[in-house]
Design a protein around this ligand. Structure first.
Ligand code: GRF
Length: 191
């Protein structure tokens, strides 16, 4: 099978990025991570990329970013905790080749301002018995494109924010590489 080229976009810690790096290095993913893109030059994920000797790019201008991606013949863009809103033109250029992971069961707890701990705080506040993770294609609306997979995560009465956050992250680390693998083995694009 042909090795596909990935670009991973992050803004923060990059634990999902690390999973994808590890699983491409151990052969689980037939992927070459060509570029890690961030909108935050202090993102810890950039250190992870540098440790793995992967090129990094701080995005200020999406036209420049497009040319960096073209140069590297990127097949799939993986958003992994990327907090900026990606411009419509950019999405159109890569339509059907951009994935995102969201730490709730979309359409619940998603949309503008709904990211990170905020999601889990509200889930706990509303005493939801269940939360989860959603992987979807990216379109020009926030947390909105076609859903590829969801995984459910229990919420317990005794949960503190960090308990739920940890459980969700663990599920993300399992589901995201698995979905990426499936897409890489097929023809990736959303039909
Ligand atoms: C994850 O919870 C993901 O669902 C969301 O951003 C977070 C990124 O976490 N989109 P990390 O930086 O990969 O640890």
């Amino acid at each position: 099978m042909e090795i596909k080229n990935l670009a991973i976009f992050i803004s923060g810690s990059g634990t999902n990025l690390q999973e994808i790096i590890d699983k491409s290095r151990n052969g689980y993913l037939k992927a070459n991570i060509k570029l890690v893109v961030s909108d935050n030059e202090n993102a810890y994920g950039l250190k992870r990329a540098k440790n793995a000797k992967i090129d990094t790019f701080i995005v200020k201008n999406y036209k420049e970013l497009l040319s960096e991606l073209d140069k590297r013949e990127i097949d799939l863009i993986v958003l992994a905790g990327f907090l900026s809103i990606v411009p419509k033109d950019f999405i159109d250029s890569f339509k059907g080749h951009i994935l995102n992971i969201h730490p709730s069961l979309i359409p619940k707890y998603c949309g503008k301002g709904m990211y990170g701990s905020k999601v889990h705080e509200l889930v706990l506040e509303n005493k939801e018995g269940i939360s989860g993770v959603t992987v979807h294609f990216v379109d020009d609306k926030i947390d909105h494109g076609t859903i590829i997979a969801r995984d459910f995560v229990p919420v317990y009465n005794s949960d503190k924010l960090e308990d739920l956050e940890r459980r969700i992250h663990k599920t993300e680390h399992r589901i995201y590489p698995r979905i990426i693998k499936t897409l890489l083995e097929g023809d990736i694009i959303e039909k």
